[in-house]
Design a protein around this ligand. Sequence first.
Ligand SMILES: [Zn+2]
Length: 70
Amino acid sequence: MGLVSKGAKCNVDGCDENGARSLNTAKVERAGLRVNSGGKKSVLCKVHYKEYKKESKDDRSLERARFDKF
Ligand SMILES: [Zn+2]
């Protein structure tokens, strides 16, 4: 939160939008987003945060679907 309020930029490679959320870098990378923060926390802009949420939701529903089959 502190990073974002200081006006940090999105950490996704090639993105120059203002940060909206700061998240755990490992989680962001697991969602398929490439970040260049180098720290434990990464800043995401609105668009990439949406993408992150979508990706992590997809993961969960995929797992659930897999469980349903067995
Ligand atoms: Zn971005």
